[in-house]
Design a protein around this ligand. Structure first.
Ligand code: G3P
Length: 329
C-alpha cells in the first residue's frame, strides 16, 4: 500500500512539473515559399504568422522560410503534403495534383484586380477548390495576387511576331507551356529560382513575370524591354497539411482561418500600389515599359483563350468555373 501511495505521489509530482513545461512549449509551424523578401507572397506569409501568433497569444511559433530556402516549389509542396512541414505558399503548381487549380491563373480572364478579387472571394474560388483537399492532403486557405504578368525581353517587342521563336522562360506548368506554344515562343520550363542565372548565362531571351518579380530580381537590368501584356494574373495561396489542420483545436483553427483571410485581404489592398511603385523603380533602373497596340492585345487574347482547351480536357467543371467569373465583372 505504501509503495502504491509513493508511486502515485511520484506521478502527481511528475505530472505537476511536466504540465507547465508542456504549456510553455510553443507549437512550431513552418511555412515555405519561393519568392524573395518584400514580395507579396513573403509579405502575406509574414502577416499570416503575425496574426496567428497574436491571436493564439504565442501558443504557436510560426516560422516563415521564403525564397526557396526549404527547396524549390515542387519540393516544398511535397514536404507539406507529407507533413514534414505544416504549410506552404504557392500558385498553380498545385495543378499537377488537381488540374482545376491551374484555373486560378486562367489567361486573359480578369478585367482588373477588383474583378479577380471578387471572384476569389466568391463562387469561383469555391468551384476551383472543390475536391482539392481530399485529393491532395492539403487545404487551400486563401488566394491573393502577385500581380499581372508582363513580358521582359532583351530585344524590343513591338508586335506579336517579335515574340515568335524567342527562348522564353516559363514555369514548369502545362498552362504556361501551352501559352508559350500558342504565341510561337520556344518555352523553356524552369523553376522560379533558376531564372536569374538563366538570364545571366543567356540561355533565355526573356520571360514573363509580375512586376513584383521583375523588380525583386532586377530582371530589367538584363532584359530591359517590358511589354505591358498583363496576360495572366498570378494568384498564390497558403496551403496547410490536412492532418495538422484537422487536429487543431476548433478555437485555434478559427484563428488560423481568420489569419489566412486577413493576410490575403491585406495583399489585395496593397496590389495596385505595389504596381505603381514597381513602374517607378523600373523606369529609374533603365527599364523601358511599352504598351502593346490593340492588334497585339487581340493576338494575346486569342492565344490566352487558346489555352482554355486544356481546362476543357482535364477539369470536369471547367465551363461552370469560367461562367462563374462573369458575374463579378
Ligand atoms: O502560380 C504559379 C506561378 O507562381 C508560376 O510562376 O514565375 O512564379 O514560377 P513563377
Amino acid at each position: 500500500m505504501k509503495r502504491r501511495i509513493l508511486l502515485l505521489s511520484l506521478l502527481a509530482l511528475l505530472g505537476g512539473s511536466l504540465a507547465p513545461a508542456f504549456a510553455a512549449d510553443k507549437i512550431i509551424v513552418k511555412i515555405a515559399g519561393m519568392k524573395p523578401d518584400g514580395e507579396p507572397e513573403t509579405v502575406g506569409m509574414k502577416l499570416f504568422a503575425k496574426y496567428v501568433m497574436e491571436g493564439t497569444k504565442g501558443k504557436y511559433d510560426v516560422r516563415v522560410f521564403p525564397n526557396s530556402q526549404l527547396g524549390k516549389e515542387d519540393a516544398y509542396i511535397a514536404q507539406t503534403r507529407k507533413g514534414i512541414i505544416q504549410m506552404c505558399a504557392t500558385g498553380t503548381q498545385t495543378g499537377s495534383i488537381f488540374p482545376a487549380m491551374a484555373m486560378l491563373e486562367t489567361p486573359m480572364l480578369y478585367d482588373s484586380l477588383d474583378h479577380a478579387h471578387k471572384a476569389m472571394n466568391g463562387e469561383t474560388f469555391k468551384l476551383i477548390s472543390k475536391g482539392f483537399a481530399e485529393k491532395s492532403g492539403l487545404t487551400m486557405m486563401n488566394a491573393f495576387p502577385l500581380g499581372f504578368r508582363h513580358f521582359y525581353t532583351k530585344k524590343p517587342v513591338n508586335n506579336v511576331n517579335d515574340l515568335k521563336g524567342l527562348r522564353m522562360r516559363v514555369p514548369n506548368i502545362p498552362l504556361y507551356v501551352e501559352f508559350a506554344k500558342q504565341l510561337g515562343q520556344s518555352g523553356q520550363p524552369m523553376p522560379f529560382a533558376e531564372v536569374p542565372a538563366a538570364l545571366d548565362q543567356g540561355t533565355i531571351d526573356g520571360g514573363d513575370s509580375p512586376f513584383s518579380d521583375i523588380v525583386a530580381l532586377k530582371m530589367y537590368e538584363i532584359a530591359p524591354n517590358i511589354t505591358l501584356s498583363g496576360h495572366i494574373l498570378v494568384i498564390h495561396s497558403l496551403y496547410i497539411n490536412n492532418d495538422f489542420y484537422n487536429k487543431l483545436p476548433p478555437e485555434d483553427r478559427k484563428v488560423f482561418d481568420d489569419a489566412a483571410k486577413r493576410s490575403a485581404e491585406d495583399i489585395w489592398k496593397m496590389a495596385a500600389d505595389n504596381e505603381k511603385k514597381a513602374i517607378d523603380e523600373i523606369n529609374k533602373g533603365g527599364g523601358k515599359i511599352t504598351n502593346p497596340s490593340p492588334e497585339f492585345k487581340a493576338a494575346l487574347k486569342k492565344a490566352g483563350e487558346g489555352t482554355w482547351k486544356l481546362f476543357y480536357d482535364t477539369v470536369p467543371n471547367a465551363k461552370e468555373i469560367l461562367e462563374s467569373v462573369k458575374q463579378y465583372k
